[in-house]
Design a binder for this molecule. Structure first.
Ligand code: TIU
Length: 222
């Protein structure tokens, strides 16, 4: 069986059961005027990982393995937005408010779209999710089951919020999860580092972590 060099130990690849899931690489988290910026964050950290996320996506496409994209977003009528989420804190703009790229985190708005460099291609799944985790209130679990996917490689943002939440959801559902260190980012470098450490601690309690070149090599040769 092929393996990917990973921490805390090598990740065993089942070549017909592995997929890439790219979490929330949306303009709203990466560009000024979006949701991430409205929360007071420096969004320039996010754009730096675009080339590595792109390389990872292209590696999975070349290997003929599925690429799944997620988007954190809500319906225009806000019916899937709990008041507890909308009303939290004192952001410059709340979810649903009109911003420079359209309504913040609303499906179909320009700012909610996936970054153009990382846009899904024909046939790739896009999961619109109202929560931080991609399994909550979505078809993701059913789609993965139908496709026979049991192993998920994770990329995207932010490491300790939507990526980690989705990894934990997946881990509890029996998926083997591997996080690509170069293809994920946080607004807080210390949170990214801590999330990576806690995911792989205790014998991969949540999952594995690995470097991009090792993942690409493992997937290409699986
Ligand atoms: N704020 C923050 O770090 N993240 C989010 O709100 N959503 C995602 O991580 N996608």
């Amino acid at each position: 069986m092929a393996t990917i060099k990973a921490e805390p130990f090598d990740f065993p690849v089942r070549s017909s059961e592995i997929a890439l899931i790219v979490i929330d690489m949306q303009r709203d988290f990466a560009e000024p005027g979006g949701f991430g910026a409205s929360l007071g964050n420096d969004v320039s950290r996010i754009t730096k990982i675009i080339p590595d996320v792109k390389r990872l996506i292209e590696g999975f496409r070349a290997a003929g393995r599925p690429v799944i994209h997620t988007m954190e977003c809500h319906r225009p009528d806000l019916s899937d937005l709990p008041p507890a989420k909308r009303d939290r804190g004192t952001p410059a703009l709340r979810i649903g408010d009109e911003g420079p790229m359209g309504r913040i985190l609303i499906a179909g708005e320009a700012g909610t779209a996936i970054l153009p460099e990382l846009a899904p291609i024909e046939g790739e799944m896009v999961i619109e999710k109202p929560g931080k985790g991609a399994f909550y209130a979505t078809e993701l679990g059913a789609i993965l089951k139908e496709k026979g996917i049991t192993q998920l490689v994770f990329a995207g943002v932010t490491t300790e919020v939507c990526v980690q939440t989705t990894m934990r959801e997946a881990n509890d559902r029996g998926y083997e999860c591997l996080l690509c260190e170069e293809a994920t980012e946080s607004y807080f470098p210390q949170f990214k580092a801590a999330a990576i450490e806690m995911i792989r601690a205790q014998g991969a309690i949540v999952g594995w972590t690995a470097h991009i070149n090792d993942i690409l090599e493992g997937v290409a040769h699986a």
